[in-house]
Write a protein that binds this ligand. Sequence first.
Ligand code: AP5
Length: 223
Amino acid sequence: MRIVLFGPPGAGKGTQAHRLADRFNLALIATGDIFRDNVQNETPLGQEAKKYMEKGDLVPDDIVVRMVLDRLDQPDAKGGFILDGFPRTLQQARALEEALAQQSRPLSLVMKFVVPDEVAVKRLAGRRTCRRCQRSYNVEFKPPRDESVCDVCGGELFQREDDREEMVRRRLEVYHQSTEPLEFYFWERGLLRQVDADGSEDEVTERAVAAMADIADEVQRPG
Ligand code: AP5
């Protein structure tokens, strides 16, 4: 399976990406996480990305595309992957499609996680993220056992700079303007499935798994 998750900030893409990657043994490639790692380690890529991330804007396509295509060439991605947060523009989508076509391993499925903006804003206000494994918690909906420690890996939990309300509003605006229109691009290719992401984490996982099963059935159906 080669899967893309897209949807607004706060839709629960990261949360579900971890669950699905663990369950189906897929490589998890999350562009936001890769950028945050680079920002933290003060690499040249991180220094460049930070200029855009701190305003809630998209990092330029050429930088993101190069980074993701390199990552897709790593051995663990050959057996299947989940892309969380990429592609986010038409140019990124075209570059991905072209690169995968050259390797005869096209996308299997694109899941659009649908939630009202106000639900997303509320979720992000309470988000805490693990510095080590990038898992998401929420002070209201999914509190960690210890408020500053990741239940899974013991890493330190922190609040993302871009989760301040005005930044979240800006990211939502960028999403609706630049990323949401990709829905039509993927729909035209028969890859798109809508997933209602306004429910408990378990409910959303089951809906995502059903969308994956649906695609697997179609691939196996004769004729
Ligand atoms: P990125 O890190 O990708 O952020 P995002 O897309 O804005 O998504 P989020 O991580 O905010 O939300 P999510 O949907 O993953 O939600 P989560 O599962 O954490 O990107 C950050 C920045 O990097 C961008 O702004 C941009 O600058 C740059 N960037 C990244 N990719 C790029 C690209 N391709 N091109 C250009 N620039 C790029 O959940 C959120 C909260 O809700 C958590 O607290 C969680 O516990 C809680 N929650 C999750 N599910 C549920 C549920 N079902 N019920 C209740 N609470 C829930």
